[in-house]
Design a protein around this ligand. Structure first.
Ligand SMILES: NC(=O)c1ccc[n+]([C@@H]2O[C@H](COP(=O)([O-])OP(=O)(O)OC[C@H]3O[C@@H](n4cnc5c(N)ncnc54)[C@H](O)[C@@H]3O)[C@@H](O)[C@H]2O)c1
Length: 340
């Protein structure tokens, strides 16, 4: 066993999960996935068959503490990165299910690590919180920026559940000495980002490659984070020996619809013929401070244009190989006739 570590990643078949698994495998770490689904399509978009063969796949429900406990124990995992969750639209559609997965599921992760820590030293629990717990009105009234110590006033169930996750982390530190790092992304983009409220810009890259009409449901500025950068930060947090319960906002690059479209057009000429942006602002702050995160080490931010270009290159290669199905990327199936 290499000393790159033994990781269990919940929600590993999702977008950020796939990038986390890929990065860990390339680092030589042992990786066990724990996900409700069995569809590894996002991993197959960015990993080779040989890399996938090095992953241990567990199908399990995060609401089932015993199953999670077994998966951690059986895999010998010392590091848990918790990403399993339902995103904004799914929590809105079914709030009780959203609470079970996002709130109870996170309590289960902390409880499983607490129980495991009795027999094996465990790394800090790393989980994704979200800027989605803040409303636009939570930004500083003078600077317009969301300060790291801003008080959240969630505007949807998802935000309430993420806020609860941070409270759970805090209490597991106070009561049980379980250390944790919560990271709050804003708008993650990159290959595999095919669902959730802010997935539109990534879908637009796919639509541009397919030359298929698509309208991103917002155009106002937001803070973009490349999925691979988020994965690297999660892993750095897990490898840190940080004690206590910490939460950090993530750095990234702020852009609006026209800037995104220009970057897509540069990577996929003709994109502006098919991509539109609704003249709508997201109900979250876009200028976001990330003080304190430097404690996790040097974290590089991929420039937005480079992240969009890299994503477009992957999608173009998939299209050339006949492997770019619109429905697998959250898009409508291609129309039979010429685009209207
Ligand atoms: N994508 C973003 O922009 C963004 C922003 C802020 C926070 N986050 C958070 O980051 C995390 C990962 O986001 P993502 O974009 O990769 O999400 P995703 O929707 O792509 O993936 C979520 C994964 O969780 C799994 N899952 C759902 N219910 C489960 C259950 N009951 N048991 C086990 N697994 C279950 C799903 O099968 C899926 O593979 C989530 O916690 C999300 O809330 C994401």
């Amino acid at each position: 066993m290499s000393d790159a570590g033994r990781f269990l990643v919940t929600g590993a078949l999702g977008c950020i999960g796939a990038w986390t698994v890929r990065t860990l495998v390339r680092d030589g770490a042992q990786v066990t996935t724990f996900d409700l689904g069995a569809d590894d399509r996002r991993l197959r978009l960015i990993m080779t068959v040989e890399e996938l063969e090095r992953v241990r796949f567990e199908t399990g429900d995060i609401t089932d503490l015993a199953a999670l406990r077994r998966a951690i124990d059986d895999s010998g995992s010392t590091n848990v990165i918790h990403l399993a969750a339902l995103q904004v639209p799914f929590c809105r559609a079914d709030p009780p299910l959203g609470a079970r997965v996002n709130v109870l599921g996170t309590v289960n992760v902390f409880e499983a690590v607490r129980q495991q820590a009795a027999s094996r030293p465990m790394a800090p629990v790393v989980y994704t919180s979200s800027i989605g717990m803040f409303g636009a009105g939570d930004a500083d009234p003078v600077s317009g920026r969301l300060r790291t110590d801003a008080i959240p006033h969630p505007i949807n169930h998802y935000g309430v559940y993420k806020l609860a996750n941070e409270g759970t982390a805090s209490v597991y530190w106070l009561d049980n000495g379980i250390s944790s790092v919560g990271l709050r992304p804003m708008t993650v983009y990159g290959v595999g980002r095919d669902q959730g409220m802010t997935s539109g810009p990534t879908k637009a890259i796919v639509a541009a490659v397919l030359h298929q009409p698509y309208t991103v449901p917002f155009s106002g500025p937001t803070l973009y984070q490349y999925a691979e950068d988020v994965a690297r930060t999660l892993i750095a947090a897990s490898r840190s020996s940080i004690g206590g319960s910490h939460v950090f906002n993530l750095p990234g690059e702020v852009a609006d619809g026209p800037t995104i479209l220009a970057a897509i057009e540069a990577a996929v000429p003709g994109a502006s013929e098919v991509i539109r942006f609704e003249p709508v602002d997201l109900p979250f702050p876009s200028e976001i401070d990330h003080d304190g995160i430097e404690v996790l080490g040097q974290l590089d931010v991929t420039p937005l244009a480079a992240g969009i270009r890299a994503s477009a290159e992957t999608y173009l290669a998939l299209a050339r190989a006949g492997r770019l199905e619109p429905a697998a990327h959250g898009l409508e199936p291609a129309a039979a006739g010429p685009a209207a």
